[in-house]
Design a protein around this ligand. Sequence first.
Ligand code: C5P
Length: 256
Amino acid sequence: MVTSIPATPVAAARGSGGSSLKRLLPRDARDRCIVALDLPNVGAAKALVSDLGEAVTFYKIGMQLVFAGGLDLIAPLTAAGKRVFLDMKLLDIDNTITHGVESIAGLGATFTTIHAYPKAMRAAVTARAARPLGLLGVTVLTNMDDEDLSAAGYRSDVSSLVKSRAVDAVEAGMDGLVCSAREAAQVRRASGPDLLLVTPGIRPAGSDAGDQKRTLTPGEAIANGSDYLVVGRPIAAAEKPARAAQAVIAEIEAAL
Ligand code: C5P
């Protein structure tokens, strides 16, 4: 049932001398489900959060909501005991990553994302220092397949690129990776036991894949080694979002 998690899990992990957030992985299935607030404005996001109530404890704020005032939602969400994953997918020169991460570290988010380029990840880890912000490397976006990578000029296939980025993330000192749940087992083998694996592209059986290409159901994702699942449209666009969230969480619970 509900297992309490430390208010600042990242700080607690580092403060006790460890670097692994994996040790603080919540046992409660509810805390492993991150709902993406991919909505056009703060009002719509607040309405969804209120509708989901106690069913959901962790929210992701990404590009769409950030550009519509979504940063202002971090403080009320954390004050209400929720955790926030600020999905910024940073990629820039080292100096800009450094100052960007320093700014993000003051916002109260539990996680943020950096594209898994070695220099960007190293700059982020150095800038984050001992502050309570978990850094996740984005391996290969879950809407991309081998053909998309080739069209973007990459010579690797998805599987090899995900694997090499996992190794680079470990070397850079990152806390976790964002990858497809389909690759979670392979990423775990490449990255070792300590990295958190956060997987979007989750689709309950029978739901619409939309633009996602590398999807799995919540149960399959957990069975494949995902630590946290990111779920957007299957919950946010459901006729009854709270019921959809409860169904996802029940599937996580059954698979844990
Ligand atoms: O609606 P859906 O469940 O497809 O939403 C997935 C969320 O996860 C989106 O906010 C998307 O930006 C994010 N994401 C992703 N693939 C990644 C990284 C993040 O789909 N590799």
